[in-house]
Design a protein around this ligand. Sequence first.
Ligand SMILES: Nc1nc2c(ncn2[C@@H]2O[C@H](COP(=O)(O)OP(=O)(O)OP(=O)(O)O)[C@@H](O)[C@H]2O)c(=O)[nH]1
Ligand SMILES: [Mg+2]
Length: 197
Amino acid sequence: MGTFKQASFVNSFSAFDPKKLEGFPEVALVGRSNVGKSSLINMITGQSKLAKISASPGKTRLINYFLIDRQIYLVDLPGYGFAQAPKSEMKRWSEMIESYLLSSENLRLVLVLVDIRHRPTADDKMMVDWLKSYDIPYKIVATKADKLSKAQIRKSLMDIGFDLKSDMLSDIIVTSSSKRIGADDVIRAVRSCCQEN
Ligand SMILES: Nc1nc2c(ncn2[C@@H]2O[C@H](COP(=O)(O)OP(=O)(O)OP(=O)(O)O)[C@@H](O)[C@H]2O)c(=O)[nH]1
Ligand SMILES: [Mg+2]
């Protein structure tokens, strides 16, 4: 199974500031806290400690840029829907995510991560509707597939596809960062949306 050949941490921002960056195409990861965004970055880069992960939600609190193969930024964002976080903090994170998604001129694709074990939450549905309304290209990635059987995965994909109004179930990428499933599909999606560079 492949990984990106090269990956390094670039910088973290608490507010989006494109002036500080070179103009590479960007692929961002969004999803509920604890869904596995940072773990997915580690899986596709083959570096288990590149992005910081944690068993408790709310680990990623800044906009983190990673440069892969010297030509694409992966952008790790804080999670949403983290009920235990103070309200003020949640608001700050969602403003950070929204302002990033709206102002990044080089954003090519948003990977929307959902936990394959659960029906998408209201926040997940809102995120997908919001991306659609702004015409921002996105792809659904179902995480933690190691926790379900093949039959359960099939059923979950139908539920997730239905809830998020995804017509093509084959469009949902199934992953497991702990069992290293789906890395090739994610890498293909990242590369193909950034190909013109
Ligand atoms: N079994 C299993 N556990 C996973 C998988 N991906 C992530 N985890 C675990 O889920 C927890 C959260 O992972 P993170 O990658 O930190 O999640 P995140 O979405 O970046 O979370 P925030 O930064 O808090 O928004 C960690 O304990 C991971 O080890 C997976 O594919 N399978
Ligand atoms: Mg994280």
